[in-house]
Design a protein around this ligand. Sequence first.
Ligand SMILES: Cc1cc2nc3c(=O)[nH]c(=O)nc-3n(C[C@H](O)[C@H](O)[C@H](O)COP(=O)(O)OP(=O)(O)OC[C@H]3O[C@@H](n4cnc5c(N)ncnc54)[C@H](O)[C@@H]3O)c2cc1C
Length: 402
Amino acid sequence: MDRNDPIIIVGGGLGGLTTALALARRGWPSRVLEGAPEFGAIGFGIQFGPNVFHALDRIGVSGAVLEKADTPAAVLMIDALNGQEVTRVATGSGFRDRFKYPYIIIHRIDLHNVLLDACRRDPLITLVGDTMVRRFDETSDGITVNTEDGRSFRGAFLVGADGIRSRTRAQMLADGDPLPNGFMGFRTIVPMGEVTADVQRDVVALWGGPGFHMVHYPLRHGTLFNIVAVFRRSAHSERGDVAAYRAELEHIYRNAHPTMKALLAMLDLDRRQAVGDRDPIRHWHKGRVVLLGDAAHPTLQSLAQGACMAIEDGCCLADCIAEANGDHEAAFRRFENARVVRTARVTLESRYIWEVYHADGIAREVYWQMLGERSEADTYRCLAWLYDGFRLPDKAARGAPP
Ligand SMILES: Cc1cc2nc3c(=O)[nH]c(=O)nc-3n(C[C@H](O)[C@H](O)[C@H](O)COP(=O)(O)OP(=O)(O)OC[C@H]3O[C@@H](n4cnc5c(N)ncnc54)[C@H](O)[C@@H]3O)c2cc1C
């Protein structure tokens, strides 16, 4: 690959923008094509484990992100039926001492804007909005992408950062749609002053119930409150309007604790989203095209790590490209080798945790007992593989040229 040819990045989400910034830090130009009319994000909250800062440090935005973020006092799991605490991960000073960085919650738009501002300041990055990519064609010396509205762009190669419904993946692998897991979710942000439910407002709380869960936490320095309700789909909402959705929620959450019911009453029911992931695969590249983030390894949100993985991917891919001396095959292979097991572990552990949250009957009692027996040290040990961050293997271990 020629360092002067821009790298085409399809998708200006968290993965795509991180990739552009990480490439620019290594002196590589890129052009980010985003299908939405404007670069931006859907406006809900997002959580990040401390591992994200290893990547954010590399692209120079940790300080700006921390200014916008909040640090919860703890991450709690609560029994959705009786309101009792099942387990608590303290995320205060002890956590920070152990993992070197904080656990944060942030408005997705704020994070997106930090990345966008950094991209706009960098002359090596060109952002092109309102550009829905339809397909790509590879030649011996480059790649051409064609858009829905008939434009075309040429580059050295292509990074597919176009999310869980990636067209890049569909063209490259033709391996079908993501796997729905039968659950649906509603997300809402309300002003903190309007929260009437009797909830802890300075924590991330997850209420786990048989076939349903709910997550809530504060945003923007305690001025907003983010609520996510997720449940196994039933036949109640087949009509597909707000009244039917309300009836479905009332049925599914009928045995939930009164606090949860008060939170449910605050949900905006206009739009709901199906939940799904994909089985892990080993190869995310073919020729001059490589996938990352949700396009490569979408995961359930139970570990709150999908965006973290997309951001880590972006930094890792940029390093592999910068070190490959023009050999894109070698760069993409090295990237996969570095990332497949870590991202697959996120996908598979997220499925396991999903089961724990939603368990019923005796399985639920077993999981609750196991979680209740864990000490803080046990919890930190279980999370170390993830929260200690991702380090590129050294050059010798990767067989890279000296
Ligand atoms: C309810 C919920 C809660 C979550 N909570 C967390 C959390 O707390 N922490 C966490 O780390 N992760 C979380 N995630 C996961 C996280 O949202 C995703 O893993 C992350 O957004 C993936 O980033 P990405 O850049 O790969 O893809 P995306 O964010 O999906 O970005 C893809 C971009 O590509 C664009 N695009 C798509 N197709 C085209 C095309 N053909 N041409 C041009 N552009 C295109 C899209 O418009 C979009 O901007 C959550 C997910 C859900 C559903």
